[in-house]
Ligand binder design. Structure first.
Ligand SMILES: Nc1ncnc2c1ncn2[C@@H]1O[C@H](COP(=O)(O)OP(=O)(O)O)[C@@H](O)[C@H]1O
Ligand SMILES: [Mg+2]
Length: 315
């Protein structure tokens, strides 16, 4: 069996340097999918959100339906992390003996401020949204943060797996000791361990997301036809391959018109060389070119124009 074309995958990430056109292409592609009758969610995971600006609607954490079959939201990792810490803190008040509560609170406050927490909250929220396929959505389009940030997000479920396995093992050992002590003291052990159940739950959630990222997602890399973005795209493609993730198509955005005159003609000549290298290097994955357009690209008609270029390249 051959792999399905990457544009058939359920989840499409758009990655690349800042300013190359990730948000524009993600929004256009989502419009294209929705227009074809797929219930589509486009979600921004870039802390510097601009999806709402491009779609000309205010967006929040909860998906809002914009038009028939198209939903959009912007995940704010920090507020998700804050809410999660508050929730754990509430649960701890009921589950943990009063004398250890201050220590637990202190730990939670420290955890809330640590850099990994915000990203892991982002993964958590993304997991919620991915879990709503196929009940609520057929396709998910992710407008990602610039490359390094996106790659960390994508690798997090894999990185966190051994960590959570370690926590599960530690907890199981503690439970073993607790049970033994209960036995020695002649006390009944109910066998219930909410903490262990929670850890098992998190482990299976993480594993599900990891599999979804590996098996059901493709990462489309966006670049403009210049040398530096090309070098970054090469590195990103390698990082995706190393992580077992699927590189989708490569989208070359803002291509200068070939019939340009003056300054733009110089650009077009220089771009031609880089475009040839891109085709050579990524032709197997499918290269789509989107011309430099006139407008600000926030009107639906302009996004539709971008979408037409994607469609004509077989997306
Ligand atoms: N093909 C294009 N032609 C002209 N302007 C474009 C094109 N694609 C994107 N832009 C403009 O470039 C800017 C950056 O695009 P954006 O999608 O926000 O990039 P990113 O999400 O990668 O940071 C925006 O002002 C957008 O309107
Ligand atoms: Mg963007």
């Amino acid at each position: 069996m051959t792999d399905p074309p990457s544009t058939q995958r359920t989840v499409s990430f758009f990655g690349g340097k800042g300013g190359v056109g990730k948000t524009t292409l993600a929004a256009s592609y989502a419009l294209l999918l929705a227009g074809r009758g797929h219930r589509t969610l486009v979600v921004s995971t870039d802390p510097a959100h601009s999806l709402g600006d491009v779609l000309a609607v205010p967006l929040g954490d909860e998906p809002a339906e914009l038009s028939g079959g198209l939903w959009a939201c912007e995940i704010d990792g920090e507020s998700v992390a804050r809410r999660r810490v508050e929730q754990v803190s509430r649960e701890a008040q009921e589950a943990v003996p009063r004398e250890v509560l201050p220590a637990v609170e202190q730990h939670l406050q420290r955890a809330a401020a640590s850099p990994g927490t915000v990203e892991s909250a982002l993964v958590d929220r993304l997991t919620d949204l991915l879990d709503e396929v196929p009940a609520r959505w057929d396709r998910i389009v992710v407008d990602s943060a610039p490359t390094g940030h996106m790659l960390r997000l994508l690798s997090l479920p894999t990185l966190l797996t051994p960590w959570i396995e370690g926590l599960v093992r530690q907890r199981e050992q503690v439970r073993g000791t607790e049970r033994m002590l209960s036995g020695l003291l002649g006390r009944a052990d109910t066998g219930q361990d909410p903490l262990l159940q929670r850890l098992h739950g998190r482990r299976s959630r993480l594993e599900r997301t990891r599999r979804r990222l590996l098996d059901e997602s493709a990462v489309h890399l966006v670049l403009v036809p210049e040398r530096l973005p090309l070098a970054e795209t090469e590195r990103a493609a390698q990082a995706l391959a190393d992580g077992g993730l699927t590189l989708g198509s490569v989208a070359v955005n803002r291509v200068a018109p070939s019939d340009a005159t003056g300054l733009l003609a110089d650009r077009a000549r220089r771009e031609a060389e880089v475009r040839a290298t891109i085709r050579q290097r990524f032709g197997d994955h499918g290269v789509v070119e989107v011309p430099l357009l006139r407008g600000e690209l926030t009107a639906r008609s302009e996004l539709a124009e971008v979408a037409e270029h994607l469609a004509s390249a077989g997306w």
